[in-house]
Design a protein around this ligand. Sequence first.
Ligand SMILES: Cc1cc2nc3c(=O)[nH]c(=O)nc-3n(C[C@H](O)[C@H](O)[C@H](O)COP(=O)(O)O)c2cc1C
Length: 334
Amino acid sequence: MKLSNIPAQIGKLSLFITEYAQDMALYARYCGISPMQKGRKKAFYKIMIETHAIEKGLSLANPRHLFGREKINHIMRMVRSYGIGSDEIPVTMAVGALETYLQRHRDLGLADPLLDAIEAFLAERKAASAAGGTGGLRFFPEGKPAVAPEPAGLLLNRFSCRMFEKAPLDRGKIADIVHLAQTAPSQCNRQATRLHYYDDPAKVRELLALQGGSAGFLDDVPGLFVVAFDLAAWGGAQQRNQGYVDGSLFAMTLMLAAQAHGAVTCPLNLAIRHSTERRIKAAGGIPGDQRLVMMIAIGTAQAHDLKAAASPRRETSEVLDFASGHAAADVVPA
Ligand SMILES: Cc1cc2nc3c(=O)[nH]c(=O)nc-3n(C[C@H](O)[C@H](O)[C@H](O)COP(=O)(O)O)c2cc1C
């Protein structure tokens, strides 16, 4: 390296420190455990997250009787403090999920103080608001409906499936699905996303045990992708997160491609520490110069009595901002 280049190199390297430090500062300031984040905003997400765990439990093939007791009590406490009469989605979702939970357990002829507490909670809710619940389950007694031919049908019919037929998909079909998913866009057409596929039951189980978000259905997953990307495709501090952007776009396209081929998927998070990432790479034979984005369970939907979590969506107006261009009060210009 020429001596005259050294200041430029130091400048480039120091960008890593300043850019990562700003990531950290922003994250620490606004994330869901920050004491500086608004309490109501944190409660909004907390209720959604905890309620979804109950919906998910209900959508399993054989949910444990009275599962999630502590979580349910916590949800009811959080909703009461959020406002039991609110018609915002965390509350309607919690109400729907608890209605389904109660119904299922009463149908089984079970009695328990938890069920009485849910009943009292739902009566309190009814007195406070006439709006119905949105969370709970979607039922498909005749199996998954055929994919509607129009493009919107492909999107509208997708859901995270956690009840699979035992047999994995034919590897030819897996290759066809991945081929179709390669239509995904990528920055400068880098195509740095890598798909690692496993259908050996012991390996799938080993990998899912490290993932942690599939408890309750990890023995039922017939096929598993680990979505990764090549670090070598990215350089400079500014690009540090771009492999995750491309990887996520690929993952979504993959799930829709699977749907187009009549298969079902469940995205699975890899919100893990570096030590677990290394263990997954070792177990999966994934090269050290790749980073992991997420996992995707894939297979054929259970043919009968299929259930899925309702996962209701927020109002479009809450998600879409026809922006005025005026800076929000908390944005500090650089
Ligand atoms: C990145 C990502 C990670 C996810 N991780 C998990 C997981 O670990 N376990 C799980 O059961 N579902 C997981 N999900 C599925 C979500 O719960 C699901 O997408 C959401 O509730 C919306 O429901 P839908 O996919 O049926 O429309 C994940 C979804 C995404 C996008």
